[in-house]
Design a protein around this ligand. Structure first.
Ligand SMILES: [Zn+2]
Length: 443
């Protein structure tokens, strides 16, 4: 399939601000080993405050597949704190300065205290000292103290994000990570007529401590009634990612690292569902592992059965058990899948998951049970691209993923066809050749 048209072309899971920021950030996707970092040219735009930040390293691409350590960072960058996110955004590689800033190491580099975190871990060496890799909520401890970009940087990045999505053919996105500064700047973009993108807006509470703030912001956004910025709901995390073995599984990872992370108890989750739904918003929950999806669906079932109505969005659902599906049928829920993750994950899925690998990329199972789902990219984790998803759908069949039935186009079209009239995208050879938003030609 290479020539097609999509009405309200939709990417159902993106990080809008991060997508725009990525083009000026230090990118580490190309590192073939830890040592390649020596060749990277560091520019002033790579800093946030005094922190050097970067994104995209993936030790699965390196010989031996060993996690990096702070030793090299300390050698190259002894004078300022450094934090480099892993390609899946669920782990950070930091230097000694960064560990000193968060109070884990003292000024001489000795261990002060290693926080006990339920939903995260500091990787340690045989001496019990942190190696410089922080997973999930341990990464959040660092993220919290990196200064926020200023309003100008935010606005520029959002505009760049709009260009990137429009350039890839998308006129509608579901953004998962809105903060207060992002919302304010996106309102400015709308008012000045630069917003050529319809955004279903989710306000993120990466850590449950920020839930109240996110809910308050969502209510404020809803009251603003901006037609292109729909205040849809709150996004929370239930587990981590497969790449860093934080996704919650029903059996241990083959490496022996455990079964992954549960970032909330079921009780806490039920309470967040209740509060979100009673406020009239949808709740989006990051669930990648099969056990995470299962527990989140069971928690929602309890809340629904108590008479509290609300829509549940399951983000990623990279693994799904048939027994979980029986609890999903005829319920107000939508799954958001990113076939393109298969292109990056296929090389280690079997090795990491063993027998559980048969549960991955369950679009067919969802189709057979008539459960609603959409496709997206998780941009900037994967590039926003319809073609990439179609490629993954085709190639995954060869490795035994049950094929999607019918046309994949419907899963890339926003379900609300009335939201922004005269809006469509034409594709030739899988690439967008004409993008029309609200009657005007963007390309
Ligand atoms: Zn995401």
């Amino acid at each position: 399939m290479s020539h097609f048209q999509i009405q309200n072309c939709f990417d159902s899971h993106v990080h809008w601000l991060a997508t725009g920021q990525m083009s000026v950030r230090l990118r580490l996707q190309h590192l073939k080993c830890e040592d390649d970092l020596r060749q990277c040219r560091i520019l002033p735009t790579h800093f946030q405050g005094e922190w050097l930040v970067g994104f995209g390293w993936d030790h699965h691409q390196w010989p031996g597949q060993q996690l990096p350590t702070r030793r090299l960072l300390d050698e190259l960058f002894p004078d300022f704190p450094v934090s480099f996110s892993r390609a899946d955004g669920h782990a950070a590689w930091v230097n000694t300065r960064a560990l000193q800033r968060i109070g884990v190491l003292d000024q001489e580099g000795g261990l002060k205290a290693l926080p006990e975190l339920k939903g995260g871990r500091f990787v340690v060496d045989e001496m019990g000292l942190p190696t410089g890799v922080l997973v999930d909520l341990a990464k959040s401890v660092v993220d919290e103290i990196i200064p926020e970009p200023d309003s100008n940087q935010v606005r520029t990045a959002l505009l760049r994000g709009v260009d990137i999505f429009n350039g890839a053919g998308f006129t509608h996105v579901r953004d998962m990570a809105c903060s207060e500064s992002q919302f304010n700047e996106s309102c400015h973009l709308y008012e000045s007529g630069f917003l050529t993108l319809a955004v279903e807006q989710f306000f993120s509470a990466d850590d449950p401590r920020y839930f109240e703030t996110a809910l308050r912001l969502a209510k404020h956004a809803r009251a603003e009634q901006i037609p292109l910025l729909r205040a849809s709901g709150i996004k929370i995390y239930y587990d981590g990612a497969l790449g860093s073995e934080g996704a919650l599984l029903s059996a241990p990872y083959q490496s022996g690292s455990g079964q992954g992370l549960e970032l909330l108890t079921s009780k806490e989750l039920e309470e967040l569902m209740r509060q979100t739904w009673e406020s009239g918003f949808s709740l989006a929950v990051h669930t990648i592992g099969d056990e995470a999806v299962h527990r989140v669906v069971l928690a929602a079932e309890k809340v629904w059965n108590r008479g509290c109505a609300g829509h549940l969005h399951l983000e990623h659902v990279e693994m799904l058990r048939p027994e979980t599906v029986t609890h999903m049928v005829n319920r107000p829920l939508t799954c958001h899948l990113q076939p393109c993750h298969w292109l990056s994950d296929r090389q280690w899925l079997n090795e990491k998951l063993g027998p559980l690998a048969k549960l991955v990329f369950p679009w067919r199972l969802l189709q057979e049970n008539q459960i609603q789902f959409d496709f997206g990219s998780d941009s900037p984790i994967e590039p926003a691209s319809v073609a990439n998803n179609f490629k993954a759908l085709e190639e995954s069949v060869v490795q035994g993923v049950p094929p999607l039935l019918g046309s994949p186009l419907v899963y890339h079209s926003h379900p609300d066809k009335t939201w922004v009239p005269n809006t469509y995208s034409l594709f030739h050879g899988g690439q967008p050749t004409e993008v029309v938003f609200n009657g005007s030609h963007l390309t």
